[in-house]
Design a protein around this ligand. Sequence first.
Ligand code: NAP
Length: 329
Amino acid sequence: MEYRRLGKSGLQLSVLSFGSWVSFSKQINDKVADELMGIAYDNGVNFFDNAEVYALGESEKMMGRILKKKKWERSSFTVSSKAFWGWRGKANKPNQTGCSRKHLTEACNEALLRLQVDYLDLYFCHRPDKKTPIEETVWTMNNLIQQGKILYWGTSEWSGVEIMEAHRVAQQSRLIGPTMEQPQYNLFEREKVEKEFLDVYRTVGLGTTIWSPLAAGLLSGKYNDGIPKGSRFALEGFDWLKDKWVMDEKLKKVKKLSDLAAKLDVTTAALSIAWCIKNPNVSTAILGATKKAQLLDNLKALDAMAKLTSEIMEKIDTIMKTKPVLPEY
Ligand SMILES: NC(=O)c1ccc[n+]([C@@H]2O[C@H](COP(=O)([O-])OP(=O)(O)OC[C@H]3O[C@@H](n4cnc5c(N)ncnc54)[C@H](OP(=O)(O)O)[C@@H]3O)[C@@H](O)[C@H]2O)c1
């Protein structure tokens, strides 16, 4: 395993980490989750990602039960939560969502109980909250750090401008600003990580814990010949995800990517994830898996990285045609 500093912080995260969205409590039970987290940890993964909204709180509870059972040294792993959507779904009342002092504080306390830990290593504002003053959010996150309830705070799917605004407020009042952002990043979604955040890395520094490195599984090549039974795109209620991803044009590209992967003697999944972590601005790529074989396959991305020469990277760009156009200085 390779470990990278999270932005300008002293925290070292494994470049491959493990998350629970969709899978925990929806697709897999405690037994499978226990096995997957065990495999991840034994292979050097030291970051486990979660959020209040995942399976409406049940994902955190499941991870909490497993962490308790594993009895890993608390200093040997990091765990996160994210707040914004609340966990009651349609029953959320005012103040049970958003990035206000009240919700961020209460969601943090609830995550600590569900995950059965004394502090969260990473705590994210899961989305920007346009109705709460940024000062309130920054002060709250700073206070949670002072209280020892969280160690590092960050954002998810915030714009570069919003992140810089949080830093401006933090610097003005000598508070701790956001250390990391959790954006989507994969061979289809490159703009934020490769273009929009360039100045943020350069000025205040920014770690990235990127999500959906396989574009929800599409970049594993598993949908090249249709939708397999039991996969995420076959799940009831996830049609929106299927419609977003399973488009002819995208599939054509993935098929070509699979041909290239075969020539390199790596799987499409390993190649796609290796491509993500080849970017030095990626601190960690959060893996998702519902099966042992998937996770083992994805962990091979570490070896596949060595095969990504500049010539291969160019070939990938030619296939995908998603490389952002950068401004000329
Ligand atoms: N901050 C945010 O807004 C946000 C949003 C989304 C996710 N996240 C975080 O990022 C993590 C990863 O996201 P993700 O789960 O969407 O990642 P992903 O890697 O794009 O997709 C993972 C899914 O693809 C399938 N898969 C994975 N490896 C495979 C393989 N080798 N072969 C075939 N199929 C494979 C599995 O689903 P099936 O078996 O069901 O097909 C798996 O659950 C989440 O768990 C969560 O912690 C954060």
